[in-house]
Write a protein that binds this ligand. Structure first.
Ligand code: PEP
Ligand code: MN
Length: 333
C-alpha cells in the first residue's frame, strides 16, 4: 500500500483479496503496509488490485515460500523480545549452557553472560540427544531454574521445544522457543508454533537446503506467527575434523532470500571450543544478526556438549572481538 493509505483503503484491498479466495497476511510497517495474499489462484491479473485506491504495487511471489520471501517484506523483520531487538542494527548475544543442570550452574552462567553484555540466556530443559542413555534434560524443573536465573539478571530466555505437547509449558517460562536441527521438518510442531504469539528460533536441519529451511519457516508464518529467527548451526559434510561444517555462506544467502533475522551457532557448527571464536567472528562479518553460544563456568564437567562449551574468559573474549567486527561493518554488539 502507498505510504499514508487509510485503514478504510487497506480494508477494501483485504476484502477484495478474501473475495478472490486468498488468505491475507498483513504486515504493518513504519511506512508501508504490506498485504500478502496466499491462495490457489495463479491466473489472476495483478492490475485488478493495482488499480484500487492507495495500492502502490502488486507482485506475484514466484518462490515456493511466500511469507518468508525477501520481497514480502524488503525492509526486514525485527523480532522484539522485551528490550531486545533481533534483526536490527545491533548484533545480539544469546549464551548459556547446552543444558540446564542445577541451580548453581545456571545462576553462575546467567551472571557471567549478563556481565559480558549478552541479553538472552540459553539452556536446554528438553534435550534431543542422539543416544537414549545420555542426559535428557531436567524438564520443567530446568525451565523454572532457567527463568529464575534470567530474571535475576534481567535476561530474556530461549529454550528448546521438542514436541507440540510441550508448547504450553515452554510458553509459560521462555521468551523464545527453539526448534532444534532434528525437528526442523517436524511439520506438526511447526504448525502448532504458528498458532502461538511468541518468537521461534528455527535451526537449520543437518542436511537442509535454504529452500527447505524457508519452507519450514513458512509453516510457522502461515499460521500467523511472524516472529521467526533463522539459525545456521552447521551441516553434515564429508569432513570429520569438526562435528559439523559451519556454512558461513548461508548467512548472506539467507539474507538475500528472506526478510527474517538470521543468527549463527558456531558452538554446534564446529563442536570444538577452539574453533568457536573464529567462526563467531566470521558469522558476524558475514552479516549474522546474532550469535547463539554455549558457555558455562566448568565446561569440562558439562552433562552435554562439553567439547564445544566455552570457558567464561573465552566468551568474554568472543564478545570483545565481535564488538570490534560489528563496529567495522557499521553495527553495534
Ligand atoms: C542445542 O542448541 O543445544 C541443540 C541441541 O542444537 P541443534 O538442534 O542445533 O543441534
Ligand atoms: Mn548443545
Amino acid at each position: 500500500m502507498e505510504e499514508g493509505a487509510t485503514e478504510a483503503q487497506i480494508e477494501a484491498v483485504i476484502n477484495r483479496l478474501v473475495e478472490m479466495g486468498f488468505t491475507v497476511h498483513r504486515s504493518t510497517g513504519v511506512r508501508h503496509t504490506v498485504l500478502g495474499g496466499v491462495g490457489p489462484q495463479d491466473d489472476f491479473d495483478p492490475a485488478v488490485l493495482e488499480t484500487m485506491e492507495a495500492v502502490k504495487e502488486c507482485h506475484r511471489i514466484v518462490s515456493p515460500y511466500k511469507l518468508a520471501s525477501h520481497s514480502f517484506k524488503p525492509a526486514g523483520t525485527v523480532v522484539r523480545v522485551g528490550k531486545v531487538a533481533i534483526g536490527g542494527p545491533q548484533v545480539v548475544f544469546m549464551a548459556g549452557p547446552c543444558s540446564v543442570e542445577n541451580e548453581e550452574q545456571i545462576e553462575r552462567a546467567a551472571e557471567m553472560v549478563a556481565s559480558a553484555g549478552a541479553t538472552i540466556l540459553r539452556g536446554g530443559a528438553f534435550k534431543p540427544r542422539t543416544s537414549p542413555y545420555s542426559f535428557q534434560g531436567l524438564g520443567e524443573a530446568g525451565l523454572r531454574l532457567l527463568r529464575k536465573a534470567a530474571d535475576r539478571h534481567g535476561l530474556a530466555v530461549v529454550s528448546e521445544v521438542m514436541d507440540p505437547s510441550q508448547i504450553p509449558l515452554l510458553s509459560e517460562y521462555v521468551d523464545i522457543l527453539q526448534v532444534g536441527m532434528r525437528n526442523m521438518q517436524n511439520f506438526n510442531l511447526l504448525r502448532e508454533l504458528g498458532k502461538i504469539r511468541k518468537p521461534v528460533l528455527l535451526k537449520r536441519g543437518i542436511a537442509a537446503t535454504f529452500e527447505e529451511l524457508l519452507l519450514s519457516a513458512e509453516y510457522i508464518l502461515s499460521g500467523g506467527n511472524y516472529d521467526v529467527i533463522l539459525c545456521e548451526r552447521g551441516i553434515r559434510t564429508f569432513e570429520t575434523t569438526m562435528r559439523n561444517t559451519m556454512d558461513i555462506g548461508a548467512i548472506p544467502a539467507l539474507k538475500r532470500l528472506t526478510h527474517l533475522p538470521v543468527i549463527a551457532d558456531p558452538s554446534h557448527g564446529t563442536g570444538r571450543r577452539d574453533f568457536v571464536v573464529p567462526m563467531a567472528r566470521a558469522a558476524v562479518a558475514a552479516g549474522a544478526d546474532g550469535l547463539l553460544i554455549e558457555v558455562q563456568h566448568d565446561p569440562d564437567h558439562a552433562l552435554s556438549d562439553r567439547a564445544q562449551t566455552l570457558h567464561p574468559e573465552q566468551f568474554l573474549d568472543l564478545t570483545r572481538q565481535v564488538r570490534a567486527i560489528a563496529s567495522a561493518i557499521g553495527r553495534t554488539a
